[in-house]
Design a protein around this ligand. Sequence first.
Ligand SMILES: [Zn+2]
Ligand SMILES: [Zn+2]
Length: 265
Amino acid sequence: MYHANYHTHSHFCRHFKGTEREIVEKAIENGITKLGFSDHSPQVFRNGYTEGMRMGLDEISSYVGLIRELREEYKNDIEIYVGFEGEYLPSIFDGLYDICKEYDIDYMIMGQHQLEYPGGLTYERVFSEEIIHTVKSFVNTVIEGMETGCFSYIGHPDVYNWHAAPRDEYVTEMTRLCVRAKELNIPLEVNNLGHTENRHYPGDLFFGIAKEVGNSIVVGIDAHSPDQVNPEDINSTIEYAESLGLPIVKEITMLHPWRDGKTPT
Ligand SMILES: [Zn+2]
Ligand SMILES: [Zn+2]
C-alpha cells in the first residue's frame, strides 16, 4: 500500500493550484500516513537574480510556518514533514545549506532542472546542440550533489529529455549516475506527475539502466494540486514502478546533515 509521499508542492512556487490544507486532507482520505512537502527551494544568485518558479527568500518562514501549523493541526491523522526540492548548483549551494539549517528543514530531494555554466544557468532545452555534453554535465552535477549527503532521494532523474542524444553515450552516462546512487544508497524516483501526464519520464530507457545497476526506487506524487493526490493516478504509477522489477522504497531515510551539525562536504 502506498502510504508515504515526499514530493509535494505548495502555493509558494506559483505554479500550484489549490491549498496545502486540501492536499493534506486528500492525502489522509487516500491512506497516506506520511506526507512530505518539498516545494522548490528558494534560489538567489550572487547577482540578485531570482526566478519565478520558486519561493523567494522572504517567503521561507511563511512556507515553513504554514506546513508546521498543518503538521500540528493534523498530527493525529498524518505525519507531515517540511522539506525542499532543491537544485544542486555548486556556486550557491552553501546558501541553501544555511537555509536548511536555519529553518531546521526535515529533508531535501534533488530536483535537477538546471545546470550551472560559467555564463549562468541553463535548462536542457536551451542547450540542445552538443547534447551529450549536457548529459555529462547533468550526471556530474547530480553525482556531486548526491555526494554532499544532503539529498534523501533523486526526484525524476530522467527529467531531461535527451531523445536526440546518442543512445550508447546516454546509457554510459546514466549508468554512471545509477552506479553512484546505488553506492550511496540513494533511491531514484518514479515520478507520478510525469507518468500521469504522459511526459517522457518516467521512461523505460532510464529505468532499464537502473535495473541493470540494481537501484532502489521510490514513487513520488510531485503534487502541484490536490487533484493530483488521487488513487487512480497513483496506483497506475505504482503499477508501472512495480513492472520495473526494482525494489521499491516505501519510506525513505530523511537525510539532514545540517541538523546533525555537519558542514557540507
Ligand atoms: Zn514544480
Ligand atoms: Zn517537484
